[in-house]
Design a protein around this ligand. Structure first.
Ligand code: AMP
Ligand code: MG
Length: 416
């Protein structure tokens, strides 16, 4: 059964999610400022240069096991062979004599393979009687040996500019001995909340007032993105106050994010202010939650006017502001991970808007991955966002979804 059509849906003036994303992406050109920083300070920065390896990794032929290095030619086709152990090779302290026929060298993981040896036999497959070591048949030539450049070859491009440097990349750069790296500087993002009904935490609420939660949500999301943050607080719905806040934000930051004040009833004076200070489009996006979204420039800063409802703030931040900020900081990010799983229950949906429902991805009794709705789906139910671990993305054309249908999910953990 499909839900009753509503005149809210299929507004021809609504912009599709993909169209809005495209327009934002087309407008924003990445900042080009680069800085050179020591390796320990580049975490979460975006790489501003391709990194070519100055060396082979591994740099020299070495052992993958604790065992014995020997010449494969000495290994028997059947039965056993006993060889003389002539020394030990440690990681960091090589054994500097060649291994001859009839000889072997005790060797530790990572130690340089002595000249003459071509194979390492695990210690578990050998038996020692003093310096006489016995090996059985059925070993392969060259086994347990790591070769120079098999991980990374000298001069190979290991990391590309535009990549965000995280733990693995820091380790990789260290393994190449790179001490200083050219990266893009971090973005500075200013944000504030608008609304006469909003009170900061710590103050008592009077009738009709609510606590300003969006600023905390935004703070958390921006912290996760690891940008510099300028928090301008709650701004009253007074044109002069709004204008002053926009001026200050735009003068000090690369991007300005606000919540509230962009819906039809409120947009008028915000719009007047923004017309004075920059060039901003007020969109109605065919999405739920979300819908009102303002995007453009305020002075030199990029501006994202997110809706006021707490879940809408998160959904529009993740879907629009986040990819835009990443693009602005020069990151060549893949689109966030999505995949399909069956939903364990029916989902209410009206055709005409793309839904970003809040879902809980979990395993059913058979151990199969499935998704259920995280409670009520209204755009003010922030507790649902907290219970959820993913968006369930239901396409614009879709109507009500029956239980068991394959739906697309976007895990929150894959978003940053
Ligand atoms: P608006 O877009 O300003 O009309 O706000 C839409 C809804 O979101 C209203 O119910 C507001 O009270 C609520 N809202 C706006 N800003 C915030 C905020 N910073 N924290 C919590 N709720 C908010
Ligand atoms: Mg408001």
């Amino acid at each position: 059964m499909s839900a009753k059509p509503s005149c809210d849906e299929f507004d021809p003036n609504n912009l599709r999610v993909e169209q809005a994303l495209e327009q934002i992406h087309q407008n924003i050109t990445p900042l080009v400022d680069t800085i050179e920083l020591p390796l320990m300070q580049v975490h979460n920065h975006v790489l501003a240069q391709d990194i070519r390896s100055p060396l082979n990794v591994p740099a020299y032929t070495n052992s993958a096991m604790d065992g014995y290095a020997l010449r494969a030619a000495d290994l028997p086709a059947e039965g056993n062979v006993t060889l003389d152990m002539i020394g030990t090779a440690y990681a960091g302290t090589p054994f500097n004599h060649a291994v001859q026929g009839g000889q072997c060298v005790r060797i530790m993981t990572g130690a340089k393979l002595p000249d003459g040896a071509d194979t390492v036999i695990m210690q578990e497959h050998a038996s020692a009687d003093g310096d006489r070591i016995t090996f059985a048949a059925a070993h392969n030539e060259g086994q347990n040996v790591r070769h120079p450049g098999e991980d990374i070859a000298v001069d190979e491009v290991v990391l590309k500019q535009g990549q965000r440097l995280q733990a693995a990349e820091l380790g990789l750069l260290a393994s190449l001995g790179v001490p200083q790296i050219k990266v893009r500087r971090k973005l500075k993002v200013a944000f504030f909340s608008t609304g006469d009904e909003l009170r900061p935490v710590g103050e008592a609420l009077e009738e009709g007032q609510i606590y300003d939660s969006n600023r905390y949500t935004l703070f958390g999301m921006l912290r996760q993105l690891d940008v510099e943050i300028l928090d301008l607080g709650v701004i009253r719905d007074v044109p002069e106050a709004i204008e002053a806040a926009f001026e200050q934000a735009a003068d000090q930051a690369d991007a300005v994010i606000t919540s509230g004040g962009v819906s039809v009833g409120e947009a008028d004076y915000v719009k007047q202010t923004l017309d004075k200070l920059g060039e901003v489009s007020f969109w109605k996006i065919a999405m739920k939650p979300g819908k009102p979204l303002a995007f453009g420039r305020v002075k030199q800063a990029w501006f994202f006017g997110l809706p006021g409802n707490p879940v809408s703030v998160m959904a529009t931040f993740y879907q629009f502001a986040l990819p835009a900020l990443r693009h602005l900081m020069g990151e060549t990010a893949e689109p966030p991970l999505t995949f399909q799983v069956p939903c364990s229950e029916a989902l209410k949906k009206r055709a005409g808007r793309t839904d970003f429902q809040r879902g809980i991805l979990h395993r059913d009794e058979q151990g199969k991955l499935t998704v259920s709705a995280a409670g009520m789906q209204a755009s003010h139910i922030l507790s649902g966002m907290s219970r959820a671990n993913c968006f369930i993305i239901l396409p614009l054309e879709a109507d009500n979804i029956e239980a068991g249908t394959l739906v697309e999910v976007q895990p929150f953990r894959g978003l940053m």
